[in-house]
Write a protein of this length. Structure first.
Length: 328
């Protein structure tokens, strides 16, 4: 371990701590900042954190409020990441552009007093610190406390969680009021579209190699939102026991579910659709054979503006879809 890592860790430990509010009060320390994070812990500090390192999508959410991190890390090359299109990260140090790999030594040099990412309940870990990442990358958590709202049963909850975090950091939460109004209109339009096609079924997928991965809405908040707003997104029967975000089938069994509309994970599109197209089984999947396909925003929505755009696009797809493509 490099020496700057220990120095930054020691400084961060003096500034912030994960504790209950009562613990802080009992100690008599003045608290200028307090935030209850997605892991259930309440973090406090004598000063409001300003030197923030964040996962790139989390950074995008904070930047909506004028809070600019000093460093970010991403799971893919930023220029290619669908979730980061249009974001200006100029002047912000990029600490990684590959899942599971974060330059912790470079992060330590930035001397952060807070690290921000989503809390993932299934993994019980924050973004970038999940099982499977490089052990060296996990040492990021030694530099400063890691906080952020939890992925839950709605993207709206996540977005509002970032608004709450931004407010604790000194931002005005009303900065996104206009985006929220546009989003509410997009939700109403989406609901109107699904009401026009009550029989339409959809399946969210991401084929890869020789496998056909089907998303489990229970662990995909945007798909749960779609269900709540009237789209019949199919729940697969047997989620993978070790990673229940998906039910993974062999490509030979990819026709197990027959939706009217096939939704491809847009993070890997069009490659995942090309993978299915190359498989002989694709002609047996009615929606694919009929060309009734589109993309869904897979696990990356963090702002009302992005969500409104996706809902408006999907409402148009739903209105043009044949809800009777698959006959019972």
């Amino acid at each position: 371990m490099r020496r700057p890592l220990f120095a930054a860790t020691a400084a961060a430990a003096l500034l912030l701590s994960g504790c209950s509010a009562s613990d802080s009060d009992a100690g008599g320390d003045e608290v200028a900042w307090s935030y209850t994070s997605g892991d259930g812990e309440t973090y406090t500090a004598a000063e409001i954190p300003t030197r923030i390192i964040a996962e790139a999508s989390s950074a995008k959410a904070l930047m909506e409020f004028g809070i600019e991190p000093i460093g970010i890390w991403a799971s893919n090359p930023i220029e290619e990441d669908v979730s980061l299109q249009g974001v200006d990260f100029s002047g912000i140090e990029v600490l990684g552009e590959e899942w599971g790999k974060i330059d912790v030594a470079a992060a330590a040099e930035l001397q952060p007093d807070l690290i921000v990412g989503d809390w993932w309940p299934v993994e019980e870990a924050y973004s970038g610190l999940e099982a499977g990442v490089e052990e060296e990358s996990k040492k990021l958590a030694e530099l400063a406390p890691v906080v952020g709202p939890a992925q839950s049963d709605s993207v709206v909850t996540l977005i509002e969680g970032y608004a709450e975090l931004a407010e604790t950091l000194g931002a005005d939460p009303d900065q996104i009021a206009e985006s929220r109004t546009a989003f509410d209109a997009a939700v109403a339009d989406f609901q109107a579209a699904t009401a026009e096609k009550p029989g339409l079924t959809a399946l969210a997928v991401s084929p890869y190699d020789t496998s056909y991965a089907i998303a489990v809405p229970e662990h995909a908040p945007e798909l749960l939102d779609f269900q709540q707003w009237g789209l019949n997104v199919i729940d697969p029967e047997t989620p993978d026991p070790d990673f229940p975000y998906w039910e993974t089938l062999s490509m030979e069994n990819a026709d197990k579910y027959q939706p009217d509309l096939l939704l491809f994970d847009d993070r890997w599109h069009p490659g995942n659709e090309d993978t299915l197209a190359a498989a002989p089984i694709s002609s047996s999947i009615t929606a694919f054979a009929a060309g009734q396909t589109t993309t869904w925003p897979g696990y990356w929505l963090h702002t009302y503006s992005d969500y409104a755009s996706e809902l408006t696009r999907l409402a148009g797809v739903i209105r043009s879809a044949d809800e009777n493509l698959v006959q019972e």
